[in-house]
Ligand binder design. Structure first.
Ligand SMILES: Nc1ncnc2c1ncn2[C@@H]1O[C@H](COP(=O)(O)OP(=O)(O)O)[C@@H](O)[C@H]1O
Ligand SMILES: [Mg+2]
Length: 264
């Protein structure tokens, strides 16, 4: 299911024009990272995909649905959105109820709900915490509950807003694992991130936003190699990419594996 965005503009009621003419196509099954300085418009952009925000002008089409013509409830069957702050998302008394809520709401059969919930709990390593109140969990585990409750909805498109911010190493690995599983299932994964190593290791395509516009859009290698342009939106390429440049490597390297190959 493709996402087609054409000349999207969005102005907040305060008069601030957060999106200033964005055109993009994100194809079914793509793994895309969105980077850019604070306030670049990343969250504003993805909130158009599930209808939380409606375009001031231009259009956002999900598959064959024009998002301005569908409710958030309806779009929830196509686009799952994991909020940056789980506390804005979680509301149930226990983890199981929270994770079951989405798929139940979409009207799936009991068997399908059980299967999806089980899988989401396994992927997020929450199987031993199903009876716990999410608010009795640490913020890192609460993040996993937020992930599980969206994954369990089995939408073709999944969006993560800054999933690794404030997370420890173990949780960053868990999140990378979840993204890899979603990729195997052929889902479209769109992730906003400040963690450029995480971006280089897990995403094929990178879109850099700056002041409500697309600054760069291409393969992770092409985009992360453009140090000067990225600096305009306060994004540093991965350490290894910069080191590779200093060592005059012919090709841009973006991860350990490539770095080691180039040095041999
Ligand atoms: N609810 C809001 N009301 C008014 N302005 C907002 C609101 N949310 C975000 N903004 C402004 O819109 C711009 C883009 O914000 P945002 O999409 O949150 O950026 P990012 O996610 O890239 O950090 C910023 O200038 C921000 O201050
Ligand atoms: Mg944001």
């Amino acid at each position: 299911m493709n996402i087609n965005i054409t000349d999207l503009h969005f102005t907040y009621p305060t008069g601030l024009e957060a999106l200033q003419g964005i055109s993009l196509t994100i194809h079914s099954g793509e793994q895309v990272a969105i980077v850019g300085q604070n306030g670049a418009g990343k969250t504003t952009l993805v909130r158009h995909f599930n209808g939380l925000l409606k375009a001031t002008s231009g259009s956002v089409i999900i598959g064959d649905w024009d998002t301005t013509k569908y409710s958030v409830a309806k779009l929830a069957s196509r686009v799952g959105y994991v909020f940056q702050n789980p506390d804005e998302q979680l509301f149930s008394r226990d983890v199981l109820t929270e994770v079951e809520f989405g798929p139940k709401n979409l009207g799936y059969s009991k068997e399908k709900i059980d299967e999806l919930v089980k899988q989401a709990l396994v992927w997020t390593e929450l199987t031993d915490k199903t009876e716990t109140n999410p608010y009795d969990l640490s913020p890192t585990w609460r993040k996993m509950v937020a992930l599980a409750s969206i994954i369990a909805m089995d939408t073709p498109i999944v969006i993560f807003d800054e999933p690794t911010t404030g997370q420890d190493f173990a949780n960053v690995s868990r999140i990378a694992h979840v993204i890899a599983e979603l990729k195997k299932q052929g889902k479209t994964v769109i992730t906003i991130t400040h963690d450029i190593d995480f971006c280089a290791e897990n995403f094929e395509r990178v879109i850099a936003l700056s002041n409500g516009q697309v600054l760069l859009d291409g393969t992770a290698r092409d985009v992360l190699g453009q140090e000067e342009i990225l600096a305009q939106t306060y994004v540093d390429p991965p350490q290894l990419t910069r080191l590779g440049k200093l060592l005059n490597f012919k090709e841009t390297v973006i991860n350990q594996e490539e770095f080691l190959k180039a040095i041999k």
